[in-house]
Design a protein around this ligand. Structure first.
Ligand code: NDP
Length: 286
């Protein structure tokens, strides 16, 4: 019988996940289909019942449903609990299990680019969902220090407080994303800077101008020459922050790797098979 997979979101037409996962299913010879499902938030309880009734094997979950779906599932993995969001649901033994592959997806993508995570000294920009997954993933991967900078410092403090129990091997610190000596000092000792805000998204002339202003406001000159700069935003792939880091000769990593590896981990958990990474990467970039 054809196996069913999908991605839930609202809206969902922009998602590249169907192309990536259908290519993977074909490449691995699996009789399966992965469909985009636009689900308004108020219909999520019915949708979860439909997943059970249809015997769907697994789904991805994106905005704005990542937290909404959590109480409707039978179990949550430690990653989903720590990140406080579900991006992957796995159907197993009659249960729907909520997981989060964003955190491990990011660390896998960085390891694939030979970025050293063990003992890393990390600065994370932002305190939203992506920043939370970043801090958790990098703590798990062995970062020794993680400093979270947000324009609302109280949000960074909340993140540090909430992540502390699951990230006890790393020293966590919150500070203000603002031009200050404190920020410069954090950057001067960083081995890895992860831009996890949405400020570098460019979807209109206004957002492009705002992204330029955001990049110009960051004291990137303070970063050591051996630091790596990552931007999770992948629209565009070369963001204003990555362009500035490259002009300084720093190593940079774009957001496509995290997108690819979170999908690859979901595929592996649903099928028990290794993900065909190159096929999936091509489907994302075509
Ligand atoms: P959220 O809306 O949860 O958080 C956005 C964060 O960005 C908030 O902390 C917000 O601060 C901050 N922010 C926005 N604009 C600015 C600004 N001008 N200056 C400083 N801070 C700002 O979004 P997510 O965390 O889910 O996603 C963030 C980005 O990461 C998205 O654009 C998305 O494209 C990308 N992403 C990429 C993934 C990948 O696989 N590569 C996976 C997930 C996300 P405030 O609260 O003050 O508004």
């Amino acid at each position: 019988m054809t196996k069913l997979f999908g991605v839930l979101g609202f809206p969902i037409s922009h998602s590249r996940s169907p192309a990536m996962h259908n290519a993977a299913l074909r490449a691995m010879g699996i009789d399966g289909m992965y469909v985009p499902l636009a689900i308004p938030p108020e219909r999520v309880p019915q949708l979860v019942e439909a997943l059970r009734a249809l015997g769907v094997q697994g789904v991805n979950v994106t905005l704005p449903l990542k937290t909404l779906i959590m109480p409707l599932l039978d179990e949550l993995t430690p990653a989903a609990r720590a990140v406080a969001a579900v991006n992957t649901v796995i159907a197993r033994d009659g249960k729907l299990i909520g997981d989060n592959t964003d955190a491990e997806g990011l660390s896998r993508s960085l390891l694939a680019e030979n970025v050293v995570l063990e003992g890393a000294n990390v600065v994370v920009l932002g305190a939203g969902g992506a920043a939370r997954a970043t801090a958790y993933g990098l703590a798990l991967a062995g970062a020794s220090r993680i400093a979270i900078a947000a324009r609302k410092p109280a949000e960074a403090e909340r993140l540090v407080r909430e992540l502390a129990p699951s990230c006890s091997n790393s020293a966590l610190r919150a500070f203000a994303l603002a031009p200050s000596d404190d920020f410069k000092h954090e950057l001067s000792r960083a081995t890895l800077l992860v831009q996890s805000t949405s400020a570098t998204l460019e979807t209109s002339p206004e957002s492009t101008a705002a992204a330029r202003a955001f990049a110009a406001s960051l004291p990137l000159d303070e970063l050591p020459a051996h630091a790596t700069v990552v931007d999770l935003v992948y629209k565009p792939l070369e963001t204003t922050v990555l362009a500035r880091a490259q002009s300084r000769g720093l190593k940079t990593v774009d957001g496509l790797g995290m997108l690819l590896h979170q999908g690859a981990l979901a595929f592996e958990r649903w099928t028990g098979l290794p993900a065909p990474l190159e096929v999936m990467r091509r489907a994302l970039t075509d």
